[in-house]
Design a protein around this ligand. Structure first.
Ligand SMILES: [Zn+2]
Length: 215
């Protein structure tokens, strides 16, 4: 069977989701979204999967320089240069650009997201991506076996990375609630807006709609 592989063109295509794993049970899922605006020009926003919903639970990381395929941390990124997701994406981009020798980590892969062949939902965990079917569908509706949160990692700074267990319901693709994407929020509030800024503004907007006064 041919290996699933992605290229630089895939990363920069506009709405790419991919998973980098080290072959030892650790992985991160990233999304790179292309946005062009008169005010900010062309930007490639990188985020990583930080929750259970692989359609919406992405946290902003930084922007990608399309020429050199390098991640740049911006002022509003909540992740510092040495954080695990930043290092994981940097490693993935270095692999794709040939800046690191992939033969030294032969079990590592950078996989495109795929769709479940039964229900059509997006798949991002390495096993599901390669099988082409989610755990619930593979179990034909039975309760999916609970996998350990394989990549919860606490580094020497005491920083803990997020588990990204795949939420895989029987909801058909496209049938999910219309959750505004992080990128759209960032575009709305500017590329330098932090998650907190966006969340606070969205919350305030909602409270105002409900007629609740916020000090
Ligand atoms: Zn499925």
């Amino acid at each position: 069977m041919a290996r699933l592989e992605i290229t630089r063109d895939y990363i920069l295509a506009g709405n790419a989701t991919f998973t980098a794993h080290n072959g030892a049970g650790n992985w991160y899922t990233f999304k790179v979204t292309r946005k062009e605006s008169a005010q900010y020009g062309l930007n490639y926003f990188a985020s990583f999967l930080s929750g259970q919903d692989n359609e919406s639970d992405f946290t902003y990381l930084g922007v990608i320089d399309p020429e050199y395929l390098r991640l740049r941390i911006t002022r509003k990124s909540r992740q510092h240069e040495g954080s695990t997701p930043v290092r994981a994406l940097t490693w993935a981009l270095d692999m794709l650009s040939g800046r690191v020798d992939g033969s030294k980590c032969p079990a590592a892969e950078i996989l495109p997201s795929t769709r479940c062949c039964r229900c059509g939902r997006k798949l991002t965990t390495p096993d599901s991506v390669k099988a082409g079917i989610g755990p619930e569908c593979a179990g034909r509706g039975a309760v999916a076996p609970v996998r350990p949160a394989a990549r919860v990692v606490t580094n020497s700074s005491g920083e803990t990375s997020y588990p990204a267990m795949e939420r895989h319901s029987e909801r058909p693709a496209g049938g999910s609630p219309d959750v505004a994407s992080l990128e759209e929020d960032l575009t709305q509030f500017g590329p330098e807006a932090s998650i907190e800024d966006v969340a606070q503004k969205l919350l305030n907007n909602r409270l105002t709609e409900l007629g609740i006064h916020v000090e």
